[in-house]
Design a protein around this ligand. Structure first.
Ligand code: GDD
Ligand code: MG
Length: 396
């Protein structure tokens, strides 16, 4: 891959946020790593070495099997796939259909795929006994939600001994785009080899039909709002106006396991925006010194602009509005948010919601960092049940 060296950055305490990086060549072949003042050439072997230590978590809820299969087609073979499903078990057992699809798929490709169900009682028991019952609902099972599935995926990646963790939605129509995202995750880790690195993707475009023609929109509907408000927060912290944040709620992102275990997860679709906020809270040194850092250690967040258009299943206007509210809510309720920014957030909500705007955004549930889990207990309980159900396909 040939990729731009970031030109801008913001430094807030131990957190370094790089500006958006363009990709100039998706595959620049094997050979030597080269770099001039503008561009770095990352040989394919460098990227594949990183992918061998990477798990890709694919959250699934009631997606079409053809779509899920397409996503798997796009994930490069060295990666371990972890599919976390919250699809229905009755009246039709969709999860069983997903398992069968994965089984067939991994037979043809020799791919490493671990399939788990979000409502697996073994996992729920493991969470309870390891001291993380916040994630359980009134029935004692893991709550529904994308973030809750991501938490499970993160722990599975740790259990499998992976160093890097990436997320790819299962409703992506373009296997080529998925393939590109994973390569870009690897590129981000290659360029930022520290133990605490976050890589976030900003799509180049999102195709829509406008007046019977294809129109390539630059920004997703929710990212416009979350990026703007996150940039306003940074401006407030540093005193210098900035537009560095382009990936406020990027569903396509990857991070080192080391970093993932130190971050809180917000429920549902607030998860990505809250990760940004939590990075500032934990590592920005704004209202307390950074914790969880080795001497001299830095946390790096890099943002890469992908080249493939992003096409995923459309889930309706209400869903997008709810997602924007969830994103803005975690910024509003952050202890870093000043009164002036709270007023801006409320103006945004009133503009979109009109008379239905609440007096304050509804606070999202925030799950503590996974470093607080008793990991040996969690893995021991999970493994005991896991042997019984063996919900694994071709795991490494
Ligand atoms: N395991 C699990 N559990 N997966 C879920 C659940 C759940 O309860 N709910 C949704 N998913 C899966 C979906 O099947 C899909 O693969 C993925 O999570 C994202 O859900 P979508 O409903 O398709 O979200 P979106 O496309 O509107 O939003 C995406 O992009 C946003 C940025 O624009 C998500 O990735 C958001 O998190 C992201 O902020
Ligand atoms: Mg989607």
């Amino acid at each position: 891959m040939r990729i731009e060296i970031p030109r801008d950055f913001e430094r807030i305490g131990a957190l370094q946020i790089f500006g958006l990086q363009k990709v100039y060549e998706l595959d620049s072949g094997p050979g030597r790593r080269e770099r001039d003042s503008m561009i770095e050439r990352l040989p394919s072997d460098t990227l594949y070495d990183i992918m061998r230590e990477m798990a890709i978590v694919v959250p699934v809820k009631e997606e079409r099997l053809k779509l899920i299969e397409g996503v798997l087609v796009g994930i490069p073979s060295p990666c371990q796939v972890i599919l976390v499903s919250n699809s229905a078990r009755s009246p039709i057992d969709r999860f069983h259909m997903e398992q069968e699809t994965m089984e067939n798929f991994s037979r043809f490709t020799d791919k490493k795929v671990l399939v788990v169900h979000q409502k697996d009682p073994t996992l729920a028991r493991a969470f309870a006994e390891a001291g993380y019952s916040e994630i359980l609902d009134d029935d004692g099972l893991v709550r529904s939600g994308k973030a809750e599935g991501m938490i499970m995926g993160t722990l599975m990646a740790k259990w499998l001994g992976k160093k890097y963790l990436g997320f790819v939605d299962s409703d992506n129509y373009l296997p080529g785009a998925v393939h590109e995202y994973v390569k870009e995750y690897a590129a981000g880790f290659a360029m930022n080899p520290g133990a605490k690195t976050f890589v976030r993707i900003s799509w180049h475009s999102k195709p829509k039909i406008v007046e019977s023609n294809l129109f390539f929109a630059k920004w997703g509907r929710s990212s416009v709002h979350s990026n703007h408000i996150l940039n306003r927060l940074l401006t407030n912290i540093t005193g210098f106006e900035t537009e560095i944040v382009k990936t406020g709620n990027a569903g396509e992102h990857a991070l080192t396991l080391d970093l993932a275990l130190t971050l809180e997860y917000a429920a549902g679709y607030a998860v990505e925006t809250h990760h940004f906020i939590n990075l500032l809270q934990e590592y920005g040194g704004i209202d307390r010194p950074p914790r969880n850092l080795r001497p001299g250690e830095r946390v790096t967040l890099c943002q890469i602009e992908s080249r493939n258009p992003h096409m995923h299943a459309s889930k309706g206007d209400d869903h997008v509005e709810d997602m924007i509210d969830a994103s803005l809510s975690v910024i509003y309720h952050s202890r870093l948010c000043p009164a002036s920014l709270k007023a801006e957030i409320m103006a945004n909500i009133r503009m979109r919601r009109g008379d239905n705007a609440p007096a304050e955004p509804f606070p999202m549930r925030i799950y503590p960092a996974l470093s607080q889990i008793d990991l040996p207990t969690f893995f021991e309980r999970w493994q005991a049940g896991f042997r019984r159900h063996s919900p694994v396909v071709g795991s490494s």
